[in-house]
Design a protein around this ligand. Sequence first.
Ligand code: SAM
Length: 214
Amino acid sequence: MRLRNIPGADEAVLNSPYCVNEPQSYCGKWQVLFPTKGPLYIEIGMGKGRFIMDSAAAYPQINFVGIERYSSVLLRALQKMKELPLPNLKFICMDAAEIDTVFSIHEVSKIFLNFSDPWPKDRHAGRRLTSRRFLALYDRILSLDGCIEFKTDNQELFSFSLEELKETGWSIDLCTRDLHKDIVLNEGNIMTEYEEKFSSIGNPICKLTASRSF
Ligand code: SAM
């Protein structure tokens, strides 16, 4: 998702009280940004923020950080936050490739990856947010009992992600290729913008959760 050149998007992000503009300076200290201490959950590639905002509203005891690369996309979430501020939610505008400079070792309890860009060409596989390159970063910042939750409608990306996780020693704790038809796994599911869009045209939604195998 990329909304190009929205005038003022960079300034809006820079001046927003909901965005953390020097995130590296909070490495290891994210709890100081929230009124209450709690587990830290992050979504990488949050887009316009529907999922993370609904999650933060549903779980006020958890602190959330949404990460999005493009200010033009993040802008939409900032506009929604103005209408409904959530004290347990902050945003960062950055490329997740540097995420290990922003969160310290084991600082994060859960990582959500929702409808990540598929990067279909083989030569771009390393850009996929579920590639081993990114899994190594998640391994550093995720608490030892933490987990990754990944949803997509892209069957190839899902298969690739399962392979990468298995080959790099993660355990797959939950796996379905039709989340919405699974009454148990779908209970409490919080929809993302892309999930709504793709499930409405009949695409089954895949979901996995993965943790470290010790
Ligand atoms: N998660 C949302 C959803 O499910 O509706 C948006 C999905 S959209 C297809 C993927 C989003 O991830 C885009 O907004 C894109 O800019 C962002 N993204 C992709 N790679 C990223 C990266 N390396 N760092 C931060 N954001 C990234």
